[in-house]
Design a protein. Structure first.
Length: 134
């Protein structure tokens, strides 16, 4: 993503550690929506003066990606992503395609309490399914 030259701030210290402890590589077992929420929580904890959410998220989100996901974003043309919304939309299109969303919706629609779980456990599992669906 393009970060303006006059955006002279650094992500360091605990902020950087939190991002590196909560990475997304693009593996099938990772939840893309959960990753976005986690990065937003981290950014919300650390106030960087004189910056916009776009400036911070474009830089922070890049730092939170590893392996294939990092490679994917770094190879995007710099002019193709100008805002956090652009980045979020492209990220979800890449890692949460419509077929993936359809599969999650099907799991929600076909949800049933398992014979070995109580109502509370079933409810918690159902809420997890809901959180994984954009």
């Amino acid at each position: 993503p393009k970060i303006e030259d006059n955006d002279s701030f650094e992500l360091k210290g605990q902020f950087l550690k939190e991002l590196r402890d909560n990475t997304f590589s693009g593996s099938d077992h990772e939840d893309e929506n959960e990753h976005i929420e986690k990065v937003l929580e981290i950014v919300d904890l650390f106030h960087i003066p004189n910056t916009t959410i776009d400036q911070v998220m474009l830089r922070a989100f890049l730092m939170s990606l590893t392996r294939a996901a990092s490679h994917w974003l770094r190879n995007k043309p710099s002019s193709s992503i100008a805002t956090w919304e652009d980045l979020k939309t492209k990220f979800l299109s890449k890692y949460c395609p419509p077929a993936h969303t359809t599969k999650k919706m099907k799991e929600i629609n076909n949800f049933q309490q398992e014979p070995d779980e109580n109502l509370y456990q079933a409810w918690e599992r159902f809420k997890e399914l809901l959180m994984k669906c954009p």
